[in-house]
Design a protein around this ligand. Structure first.
Ligand SMILES: Cc1cc2nc3c(=O)[nH]c(=O)nc-3n(C[C@H](O)[C@H](O)[C@H](O)COP(=O)(O)O)c2cc1C
Length: 142
């Protein structure tokens, strides 16, 4: 029998959102994956020891990921080493320019497993990106 307080999830979502779009996506992913989520606006000190996969999310301003996420990654290199890391960005740019931006941002953050959700992408009746389903499936395999 596992200890009673053992979590089913080993995934955490750590996100930075200014206008709420990234938060909405993060909350949806967390619900679907049964993962815990952490809003860097509310909390910048996060103990990630019980997680082995951390999914980061951020919006983009002027081609850059949000400062709160950049700072968190810089300040937590030690506790993140050895963990699987993925990234999603919510942004305006789509298609080729969106891909280019994603490549640049993922390099800058040092996270290769990266995805983007452009604001123009197709939404379901709840305003959720339809491409989120396949992202969640991918994340559940990590
Ligand atoms: C001032 C400003 C600058 C932005 N710059 C970019 C940009 O360079 N590239 C891009 O793809 N989206 C850009 N966007 C769009 C945001 O990244 C997008 O709306 C994102 O979903 C916001 O995430 P949030 O709601 O979680 O803050 C910009 C938005 C604002 C308000």
């Amino acid at each position: 029998m596992p200890p009673r307080d053992e979590k089913m999830t080993n995934k955490a979502i750590v996100y930075s959102s200014t206008l709420g779009k990234t938060r909405k996506i993060a909350k949806h992913i967390a619900k679907e994956l049964g993962a815990d989520s952490f809003d860097l606006k509310k909390q910048t000190i996060i103990n990630l020891s019980e997680y082995n996969h951390v999914i980061f999310g951020t919006g983009i301003h002027a081609g850059k990921p949000y400062r709160a996420l950049v700072d968190f990654l810089n300040n937590n290199k030690e506790q993140l080493s050895g963990k699987k890391r993925s990234l999603f960005i919510s942004c305006k740019l789509d298609a080729e320019r969106g891909e280019e931006q994603l490549t640049k941002v993922s390099k800058e953050l040092g996270i290769n497993d990266a995805f983007f959700f452009p604001s123009k992408s197709e939404k379901d009746e709840n305003g959720i990106d339809v491409s989120l389903g396949s992202f969640i499936k991918e994340m559940s395999k990590r």
